[in-house]
Write a protein that binds this ligand. Structure first.
Ligand SMILES: [Zn+2]
Length: 355
């Protein structure tokens, strides 16, 4: 064998090894991609490479800021680590903490957490009106309690105009022949938020045990759950209102309620490339091992009166009472996702999409 033919042979062997390696790497890549895909996740699409300027959200402060690897368990592979399920994230806003009100029902009640079927700002995928409160579903007769120290400012049936600063405005979106909230109570909290009054509303009550002007301490019994007004079943419709006691000033109660033991609250913001909040987008929540936990929608536009984002957070979705731990929050059908660490007794904020 001549020197030339030996070199040629070595080159051919090298090419053959290269082809085999390429196939193995490609195959491993496919396996890795499948392992990384969360149920119903979008097809993997190229995303911008992480840059040093990226920072994790506050919720994910334990995550290195320059290595945005997916939250799901990684399969060792020779291919470069893809990071397709985490979309762009930006400098986070501080996670505002004003979780200081109690629940409107006992912690021991069956429905001690907001119903996931109709969370604040959602429409059940367009089936229902935009929801201005949270539902605590419990049997008729279940007592409701004062969520904080305060004073009763409304106690009656909203076939009459009872709300607003003059107590003569509709409590709901308008006056309806059969009422909207039915029998309701509104309390004004003793404490304020940024010099604004805070109100808590209890709707669809079966019985009212207090009168206007009554001073309350947290935990006082106010009445009992029913299904008066527009209610499909027994529950208390619970609202937080900031500034003015009317339908146009509702805020998400999840941002205000003390989480259940061992749990924390999640809030987030999903905006488009022009930084406009996206409405009615499906948000899915997974544990970091890929286990599905729950879902909600970003706030939809209400033609009667918009639901209002928090003054400081500017959120457009929230989810209550998640067990402490690590999560991945995804906008279903898009590449936008973020990691979130839920801490007991705290609110975690995630930023998805936008500029
Ligand atoms: Zn409701």
């Amino acid at each position: 064998m001549t020197l030339n033919s030996r070199i040629t042979q070595q080159i051919l062997i090298a090419i053959a090894i290269g082809l085999v390696l390429a196939c193995v790497i490609a195959g491993a890549g496919i396996v890795a991609q499948n392992a990384l895909r969360i149920a119903s996740a979008p097809t993997l699409t190229p995303t911008p490479k992480p840059t040093a300027s990226r920072t994790a959200t506050r919720a994910a402060t334990s995550i290195p800021t320059t290595t945005f690897t997916p939250a799901i368990t990684q399969t060792p592979t020779a291919s470069p680590t893809p990071a397709p399920t985490l979309g762009p994230t930006r400098t986070p806003k501080p996670a505002v903490q004003h979780l200081f009100i109690d629940r409107p029902v006992a912690i021991a009640a069956i429905g001690n957490s907001p119903s996931r079927n109709y969370l604040f700002g959602t429409t059940r995928s367009g089936e229902l009106d935009v929801h201005h409160g949270e539902e605590f579903e419990n049997a008729t007769g279940t007592p409701v309690f004062s969520v904080a120290d305060g004073t009763v400012v409304v106690a009656g049936n909203d076939e009459q105009p009872l709300c607003g600063d003059n107590s003569r405005s509709p409590c709901g979106r308008n006056l309806q022949p059969d009422g909207f909230y039915g029998n309701l109570i509104v309390i004004q909290l003793a404490r304020t938020y940024r010099n604004q009054r805070i109100f808590a509303l209890y709707g669809h009550l079966n019985a009212i045990d207090v009168t206007v002007g009554r001073n309350l301490i947290v935990g006082d019994v106010l009445g009992e759950i029913g299904q008066t007004g527009i209610a499909l079943g027994p529950h208390v419709h619970f609202e937080v209102r900031v500034g003015v006691n009317d339908y146009a000033h509702t805020r998400n109660p999840i941002l205000w309620m003390i989480p259940l033991a061992g749990r924390g609250a999640l809030a987030g913001r999903y905006a488009d490339a022009k930084n406009v909040l996206v409405q009615g987008a499906p948000i899915k929540i997974y544990r970091d091992d890929g286990t599905y936990v729950g879902e909600t929608e970003t706030y939809s536009r209400d033609k009667f009166a918009a639901v209002v984002s928090d003054d400081e957070m500017g959120e457009n979705f929230a989810f209550p009472d998640l067990p402490a731990g690590d999560y991945v929050i995804k906008v279903d059908g898009t590449q936008f996702a973020a990691k979130a660490t839920i801490e007991e007794g705290k609110l975690t904020f995630v930023d998805l999409g936008g500029m």
